[in-house]
Design a protein around this ligand. Structure first.
Ligand code: ADP
Ligand code: G6P
Length: 472
């Protein structure tokens, strides 16, 4: 790497993932998930540096340049992948922060590994950051980094953004290491959340757990102030909007519909294969509509794209079996020669193919049981300048706060899911256009650049003086 950076992202993952091809050669591909989707375009435009894990175990790599970014690989051993990444990050924090939709695992070895790996990330950031640099730490895997980094480098301006929900005090309280985690986050100057509710959960927790007073957005520590605020993350609207106007994408979208048997309605789900996403709930709804005869055979197909994710974690393994069983059942009962109701793909796609799928779909079905934001919902909206297409969206996705014109559903209520999917399929073009126009205006205005610049402006502007300290 050439020199230190004045602007640095620190995230568990780098934007690219190291993979080994069948012939044994190493290759790079885009890392999965919303964090990378959102931050990669922002960083490409700002030419910053990014420290993160490159997705392979027991491999130490030198910093390298890619896509206008300086990438700094942080190594993890196979044991750390198991304890820190699959363990504390994804078997403890992920379910705990998502309303305990799966039971969290509390394990001291996992916690020890989380602490050690967070220290390594803090050291990597301390080494890469220039004097007075802005360092922006991302997500639940690295909640101890802000305090660790401040200790090493008090000259830095440190921001933290949580991409997933911050849970209510009652749930967070279960965590045996609750105090350490909160103190870790308070090392930042600015802690950002997806929704105002997450920010206020955090402030209340700081008061109850550490006795810290707060006023408005500011939490008062002995010697400094930590600002907490909501910044709803978004997508690169302009890039998607122009991509779907490309004649090749338009042609591919038409081709996809033909390949699906040219049904009246194409419903689509696109998710990492994660138990928070409510994939089973939407398939149940679709299957019942066929059982009830409210959908005629051949009338509609459901395409479910499920990106492989965290495959060695037990809950994810079970989920895959459950979903594949469910798909098999629906198809077994309702397929006819020339008609397959559910098309299921356990695969990743490039931007172009995904855009063509969004364009081809009449109804996008996004039904998480809990989700920090859900970028898929915003991507779908960004791809429909034709004003055709309906979004069925869970009330428990952060995106539902902004996309009020979606067909909002409670994913725990299968009748509601069925009703709204049907309403979306039966809506008039005029009704669809009315809803889509308003949603597009919102996403076009609050795109990912606006999200990043609002966060960075808040991070760079000083909080009020500690002398204005007040108890709430
Ligand atoms: P999460 O961050 O929990 O995975 P989001 O909906 O916020 O959920 O973001 C998911 C991102 O991953 C989106 O940008 C989406 O386009 C992308 N994605 C999801 N499934 C696939 C897939 N099969 N192939 C390629 N990209 C995918
Ligand atoms: C969500 C998380 C990200 C994570 C992504 C993919 O978006 O908020 O931090 O990177 O899922 O998950 P993975 O475990 O593959 O990094």
């Amino acid at each position: 790497m050439t020199g230190r950076s004045s602007y640095l992202i620190v995230a568990n993952r780098l934007p690219v993932d190291r993979t080994i091809e069948p012939d044994g050669t190493a290759a790079w591909r885009r890392s999965p998930g919303g964090l990378v989707t959102a931050i990669a375009p922002v960083m490409q435009r700002r030419h910053g540096a990014w420290a993160g894990w490159h997705g392979a175990a027991d491999e130490v790599l030198e910093p390298f340049e890619q896509g206008g970014m300086n990438l700094i690989p942080v190594p993890l051993s196979a044991r750390e992948v198991e304890l820190y990444y699959e363990g504390f990050s994804n078997a403890t924090l992920w379910p705990l922060y998502h309303d305990v939709v799966a039971p969290p695992v509390f394990d001291r070895k996992m916690w020890d590994s989380y602490r050690e790996v967070n220290q390594r990330f803090a050291e990597a950031a301390a080494e890469a950051a220039d004097e007075g640099a802005v360092v922006w730490v991302q997500d639940y895997q690295l909640q101890l980094v802000p305090a660790m980094l401040r200790k090493l480098r008090p000259d830095l301006r440190i921001g933290f953004f949580l991409h997933i929900p911050f849970p209510p005090t009652e749930l967070f309280w279960r965590l045996p290491w609750r105090r350490e985690l909160v103190e870790g986050l308070l090392g930042a100057d600015l802690v950002g959340f997806q929704l105002p509710g997450g920010a206020s959960n955090f402030r209340r927790l700081c008061r109850r757990l550490l006795g810290l007073p707060y006023k408005g957005n500011e939490i008062f520590l002995d010697d400094r102030i930590v600002t907490t605020q909501a910044f709803p993350i978004s997508v690169d609207f302009a890039q998607l909007d122009s991509l779907v106007r490309d004649p090749n994408i338009v042609a591919r979208a038409k081709e996809i519909r033909m390949e699906l048997g040219d049904p009246e309605h194409v419903l689509l789900g696109v998710d990492r294969l994660d138990y928070t996403k409510g994939i089973g709930q939407r398939l149940e709804g679709f299957g019942e509509l066929l059982n009830d005869g409210r959908l005629r055979p051949g009338e509609a197909v459901f395409v479910q794209i499920a990106t492989p994710s965290r495959e060695r974690v037990d809950e994810y393994r079970r989920l895959r079996d459950d979903i594949e069983l469910q798909v098999g059942r629906i198809n077994g009962e309702h397929a006819q020669l020339g008609y397959q109701p559910v098309w299921y793909f356990h695969q990743s796609y490039d931007h172009e193919e995904l855009a063509a799928l969004y364009l081809a779909a009449d109804v996008m079905v996004v039904t998480p049981l809990r989700d920090g934001m859900n970028l898929v919902a915003k991507e779908y909206v960004s791809c429909h300048h034709d004003l055709h297409g309906a979004l069925v969206l869970s009330e428990f996705a952060g995106a539902a706060d902004e996309l009020r014109q979606a067909y909002l559903v409670n994913p725990y209520d299968v009748e509601d899911v069925k009703r709204q999917m049907l309403a979306a399929m039966r809506a008039t073009p005029h009704e669809l256009a009315r809803r889509m126009r308003t949603m597009r205006r919102r996403v076009a205005t609050y795109d990912v650049d606006r999200w990043a610049s609002e966060f960075l402006t808040a991070l760079e502007s000083p909080a009020s003086e500690p002398s204005t300290r007040h108890s709430a």
